[in-house]
Design a protein around this ligand. Structure first.
Ligand SMILES: Nc1ncnc2c1ncn2[C@@H]1O[C@H](COP(=O)(O)OP(=O)(O)OP(=O)(O)O)[C@@H](O)[C@H]1O
Length: 275
């Protein structure tokens, strides 16, 4: 889909139940996080809690640091030599930047879906089975078959691919490929799924399917989605964080952010004054 800017005002999905004020389980916490790329200070003292019950959207103008911050949550920035992260980030209270943290394990627990669908050049079955195999999650073929089927079902793809599991994943449509990537993340039994503009390469129908899927997965996994499409943030999330120039300007319930923002900068952004 072409991520066109939202006409204003952005409509918030009123069919969603009000976000529970209590009894949320904080899954990830960031405190005073800074990210530097060499001399570029990309993230400035960001503190935020991500919970299990709500989908959290990160919004803000291009270059404000949404993707950079998202990548700190599963240490994807480790792969960028000039990136330096300071501050504390925990997953269920455990410091993910501690030297004892197994990063491969962390990235299974905190899975990621990218902007451009990136299935392996292997069969649909193998795309999903790869992670469980390297993590030793399936003792035999029957168990693996079950993981593959369940993951594809959860990703809303099973009915479309069950008769061609051994065809190449790259032969699927873009939207199907993205759901295959979500199935691949689900297959290793993650706790958190990070999505970095997962619909920006998709047409409106494929985008709607991913958005439905996000609704269906809500609560099973803590979900964080970066989007520069404000309508999408309003449709899929219950919590929204607005970033600007590396700062977390405002974080709260999506309905408040879009209808009654506290900060002038948030108001300017959601009313289309910049970005
Ligand atoms: N690999 C990198 N090396 C150097 N600088 C980077 C790198 N990645 C991002 N940056 C810089 O960090 C800042 C934040 O970029 P980031 O991609 O996180 O923003 P964003 O809000 O996700 O933007 P967009 O919506 O355009 O994807 C920008 O100034 C960007 O140029």
């Amino acid at each position: 889909m072409t991520d066109t800017q939202a006409p204003n005002p952005v409509r918030v999905d009123q069919t969603e139940p009000a976000t529970p004020k209590a009894a949320t389980h904080i899954k990830m916490s960031a405190r005073d996080v800074n990210v530097f790329y060499g001399a570029t200070h990309a993230i400035k003292d960001v503190s935020i809690d991500v919970d299990m019950e709500n989908v959290t959207a990160f919004i803000g103008p291009s270059g404000c640091g949404k993707s950079t911050f998202l990548r700190t949550l599963n240490r994807m920035n480790d792969t960028i030599p000039i990136a330096k992260v300071t501050g504390d980030i925990t997953l269920d209270g455990e410091d993910i930047y501690s030297p004892q943290m197994d990063v491969v394990q962390l990235r299974a627990r905190v899975g990621m879906v990218f902007q451009k669908p990136n299935p392996f050049p292997k069969s649909i079955y193998e795309n999903v089975a790869y992670g469980p195999r390297i993590h030793g999650l399936a003792p035999n073929k029957g168990a693996m078959d079950q993981i593959v089927e369940q993951s594809l079902k959860r990703a809303g793809l099973w009915d479309e691919v069950k008769d061609r599991l051994h065809d190449s994943g790259t032969a699927l449509s873009g939207g199907q490929q993205q759901r295959l990537c979500i199935a691949r993340a689900i297959a290793v039994d993650p706790e958190v799924i990070l999505m970095d503009e997962p619909c920006s390469a998709l047409d409106p129908i494929a985008t709607a399917k991913i958005e439905e899927l996000i609704h269906a997965l809500r609560g099973k996994y803590a979900i964080v989605i970066v989007t520069h499409n404000m309508q999408q943030a309003a449709r899929v999330s219950q919590k929204t964080a607005f970033f600007h120039l590396g700062n977390l300007v405002e974080y709260g319930e999506t309905s408040d952010i879009f209808t009654n923002p506290r900060e002038e900068r948030t108001k300017d952004y959601i009313t289309g004054r910049y970005g």
